[in-house]
Design a protein around this ligand. Structure first.
Ligand SMILES: [Zn+2]
Length: 345
């Protein structure tokens, strides 16, 4: 089969990988329909994090072609959403909501395990990993939104869940990348009355507003903190969502969090949490990699009912032959997030 192959920093091309086959009775083979490039794929692309030579991509939706003898939750012909990791959903960690820590789990597209940016994927632990999409004849818009449940929308949702966003809250979202925009949508979905998006790009502000942002703050650093404090009558945000991970973004997220609140952190941290300042204001933080598999069912219902349309973050589209372009436009910040159309339903 044809698949994206990571050869090294700034070197991704389409090549041949072995056709996936059922190896374990718990496997399924999924033919990929839509895939996308994750912000975290860019770390490998830029050489900031190591990645094995081989398969890449961990966000995909597709159609089940074949299942092993122990898989009954999905069958041939079913459309499915795959979370970015596979997990057994029955170990102590999965049962406490940390599917990322599943000892039997693993990452799609890690160089060895098939990636989403390819024509087909062998999905281990398919019974507990894949989520079947009910119905047929879904619009392309719906399919794009279903694709975001693999990772980005689930991650934005995780920020809102981790910060304990409640009905009526004033929420501030630090970061206007695909995750930050998804966090805006997730905060509104959970009933936030006010969502302050920190963004200085007009195209991203437009999506934030479409997703329900009530206020936009263009300033950065201390000026951003002042602006959010002004908007919240000097109190601070009831829930602050950190969706970037840079030292400045972390500092801002904690500075604008009201005393007694929780910061939801989903940006991979490249800076430290200000412990003393946080301690004396009774501010906590929660977060980490999203347990996407746990969130997909409820988010999927809202996508199918048309309540949310997270696919709007996918603002660039290409096919598998042009996967290198999909990375380049994100690297050059000419796109928020790239969609790769791999197959048809
Ligand atoms: Zn597990």
């Amino acid at each position: 089969m044809r698949a994206a192959i990571f050869r090294g920093p700034r070197d991704i091309e389409v090549g041949e990988r072995p056709d996936p086959v059922i190896r374990e009775p718990t496997d399924a083979i999924v033919r990929v329909v839509l895939a996308c490039v994750c912000g975290s794929d860019l770390w490998y692309y830029r050489g900031e994090s190591p990645h094995a030579v081989g398969s890449i991509g961990h966000e995909f939706i597709g159609v089940v072609e074949e299942t092993g003898s122990e898989v009954s939750s999905v069958g041939a012909g079913d459309m499915v959403v795959a979370p970015f990791i596979y997990s057994d959903m029955s170990c102590p960690h999965c049962l406490r909501g940390s599917t990322i820590s599943c000892p039997r789990g693993g990452n799609f597209g890690d160089g060895i395990i098939d990636g989403g940016q390819g024509e087909a994927v062998r999905v281990p632990l398919a019974e507990s990993t894949l989520v079947r999409v009910p119905g047929t004849g879904h619009s392309d818009q719906t399919l794009r939104s279903l694709l975001t449940l693999s990772d980005v929308m689930a991650t934005g949702h995780h920020a809102a869940v981790s910060a304990g966003v409640r009905r009526g809250d004033a929420v501030a979202v630090v970061g206007d990348g695909a995750v930050g925009l998804s966090a805006v949508l997730a905060a509104r979905r959970r009933g936030a009355e006010r969502v302050i998006a920190l963004s200085r790009h007009p195209d991203r502000q437009a999506i934030a507003k479409e997703f329900g942002a009530t206020d936009v703050v263009e300033a950065r650093g201390e000026a951003a903190t002042e602006a959010v404090m002004d908007l919240t009558r000097g109190i601070g945000a009831d829930a602050s969502l950190e969706c970037v991970g840079t030292p400045q973004a972390i500092a801002t997220a904690f500075a604008i969090a009201r005393p007694g609140s929780t910061v939801g952190m989903v940006g991979v941290p490249h800076g430290d949490v200000p412990t003393a300042q946080t301690f004396f204001r009774n501010v906590g933080w929660r977060g980490g990699p999203a347990p996407a598999r746990i969130y997909i069912p409820e988010l999927l219902d809202d996508v199918l009912s048309g309540t949310i349309n997270p696919g709007l973050v996918l603002d660039y589209e290409t096919d598998l032959d042009h996967v290198a372009d999909a990375y380049a436009v994100m690297d050059e910040r000419r796109a928020i997030k790239s969609l790769i159309r791999v197959g048809s339903l």
